[in-house]
Design a protein around this ligand. Structure first.
Ligand code: NAP
Length: 258
């Protein structure tokens, strides 16, 4: 039986940081499977950890990509200790101004691929193992001009928390939904458009802070959501208490979008 960890979005940002953090948790992991589109970046990861790395250069927004993972899992006797789903992207743009194909692609990657990968991996999760799904602080609220992205992350949060209850019962495994606020990664290269939407970044975290918090939260038996930092926690709480009409108005005012 081969014990593995799988990281999607391992080529960059938060996913790469999770990949690197597995070095400290390498005991009991025979292989790390890494998934993203950039094959070169994935290959370069091999020298950074002790367990051997297996590269899956896949565009997860394509429905057929997940079946490559399914095939690989079926071919070997594998047991998954960690599944970390970090592939994703967002766009700062009004729904009207953005391309339909881009928004649909975002749903394919941020939602459908999370469903496919977690569903395919669920039967292989080992007792005490965990799925870590990267949602976003925007999962807690509707966000005009980042509307589709925030909605995709609400899906991840709702789906992940519910799946957590199912997997705990069926396999003794966990799901943790990680909800980062702004984090210094290549995310913004793809998110920003010619129309400046976000003018004020209230906070900016390092990927290492998000990942460190997530591993700490995973140690807490009943935790299914990980929010890093006092500012993020404060916002998540306020958003829970205030009517979402107000929350959206505050956001629009803050970003001078009114
Ligand atoms: N940075 C933030 O402020 C922030 C805040 C909240 C949540 N998040 C979430 O955190 C996660 C990681 O993002 P990041 O901030 O680390 O940004 P990033 O540095 O741009 O990383 C995104 C990762 O997703 C992969 N990816 C993109 N499109 C893909 C596709 N079609 N198929 C497979 N993999 C794909 C990228 O690899 P390739 O380009 O090689 O495919 C890359 O590894 C995302 O889900 C994002 O929504 C980010």
């Amino acid at each position: 039986m081969k014990n593995i960890a799988i990281v999607t979005g391992a080529s960059s940002g938060i996913g790469k940081e999770f990949f690197l953090s597995l070095q400290d948790r390498a005991e009991g992991i025979d292989e790390i499977w890494v998934v993203a589109r950039s094959e070169d970046k994935l290959r370069a990861l091999a020298s950074l950890t002790t367990p051997p790395v297996r590269v899956f250069a896949l565009d997860l927004s394509r429905a057929e990509s997940a079946s490559a993972l399914k095939k690989a899992l079926e071919e070997e006797e594998t047991s998954i200790k960690y599944l970390i789903c970090a592939s994703g992207f967002g766009r700062f743009q009004s729904v009207e101004a953005d391309e339909l194909s881009v928004l649909e692609n975002m749903i394919d990657l941020n939602c459908r691929s999370i469903l496919s990968v977690t569903k395919i991996c669920a039967p292989y999760m080992q007792k005490g193992g965990a799925m870590i799904l990267i949602a976003s602080i925007s999962a807690f609220q509707p966000v005009p001009y980042i509307a589709t992205y925030a909605a995709t992350k609400s899906f991840v949060l709702s789906y992940g928390r519910a799946l957590n209850r199912e997997l705990r019962k069926s396999r003794g495994a966990r799901v943790l939904c990680v909800c980062p606020f702004w984090t210094k990664t290549a995310f913004f290269d793809r998110a920003t458009t010619e129309n400046e939407v976000v003018k004020k970044y209230a906070v900016m975290y390092e990927p290492s802070q998000i990942v460190k918090r997530a591993w700490k939260d995973l140690k807490k038996k009943n935790r299914d959501v990980s929010v890093c930092g006092a500012y993020s926690k404060g916002q998540a709480l306020l958003v829970k208490l205030l009517p979402h009409k107000w929350v959206m108005s505050i956001w629009l005012k803050q970003q001078k979008l009114k």
